[in-house]
Write a protein that binds this ligand. Sequence first.
Ligand code: NZQ
Ligand code: ZN
Length: 390
Amino acid sequence: MYNFIYEIPTKVYFGENQLQSNLGSEVKKYGNRVLLVYGGGTIKKIDLYQKIIEELQSFNIETYEFSEIEPNPRHTSINEAAKICREKDIEVILGVGGGSVIDSCKIISAGKYYDGDIWDFVIKKAEIKKALPIITVLTLAATGSEMNTTSVISNMETSEKKGIKSPLTLPKVSFLDPTITYSVSKYQTACGSCDILAHILETYFSRNKGLYMLDKVMEGEMKNVIKYSKIAYNEPENYDARANLMWASSWAINGFTRMDRQPNIWICHLLEHQLSAFYDITHGLGLAILIPRYLKYALNENNVDTYYNFGVNVWNIDSKLPKMEVAIKSIEYLENLFYKDLELTDNLSKLNINDQHFKEMADRICENGIVEGFIDIDKEDVVKIFKKCL
Ligand code: NZQ
Ligand code: ZN
């Protein structure tokens, strides 16, 4: 087990109607000139925009706006927003949206203090040394960006998508109101749920064993996502389902279950980020296609115990069955969840993706040689896993 430091000081307002008076007073603590950042306009359709503007006005907060942050956010949009921060001397960033908006806000906040191209941060040509405070209003349960230090940014000119972490960009305050997620489409609910599950699963399927206590927490978290993803998918306005997914999204990837088993490379995430970089697909969908194939590919006599525990403790598969049988069944159950219950596309060919770029993607993933994750993978393994997804 590895030593670790755990520090996630994001203040969370969880539940319905928490925005009122609290949003304005929290923003005011950090400054008087705010940049409101959002995506393609959903917040206007669900009347959230108006509530936020009224709240900011009632606290006399000077508000500037940047909208049109794309899903799989582009570095070019972030550059534009960062420029506004510099020109208007913005003091606080308020991100209202899903992971794409919140990830963007993190880099926008650092861009306030950097005149160059923010892509420099992503490729480590420049270091984040200072960042504006960030407040978020989460509208989609998925990435956990509302309570972590990660941003995942795309560069469409070079077909790259990369993650970057800085403790300076951890949101100061996040508002998590499950009712705001009632409007999330079936498709995004399914993708978001797969993403949450993937964050837990990629930690659980780790070669470095950590605290038993955290294995049990993760099994509970996975059961929670399996149960409530199906309910939210069928009953979008079920408060309990939306609330359980929302809180799970934050806790799946805020470091709590992960720190004791570092380094633990998330192989499916590495592969998926290549897929969305080349084909601009939804992150959760890419994961839903990759995870079952990867788990099958990685399964062997030495690591079957992890699959067995997953099968018995998460899927309630008969513990008396042979371990390999439980392992294979556990992957089948996962496939049923993704492709039957949540009705997600089950292969890449249906998304018009062929093997054209697989080798290039593998070269990028293995640019420093073998990747040591739950299993070690080299370029050939990567191509084989991608091919199994066709
Ligand atoms: O653009 P708007 O109008 O906001 O619409 C969005 C978008 O079209 C819509 N949406 C959001 N809230 C809604 C809603 N529609 C109806 N009602 C609502 N309440 O959903 C669409 C997808 O939004 P997006 O923010 O892109 O989704 P998600 O939260 O899944 O974020 C995905 C991005 O986060 C990255 C992914 O790679 C991807 O770029 N990730 C970030 C991580 C992190 N920060 O730790 C980790 C993840 O593994 C992931 O890589
Ligand atoms: Zn993810």
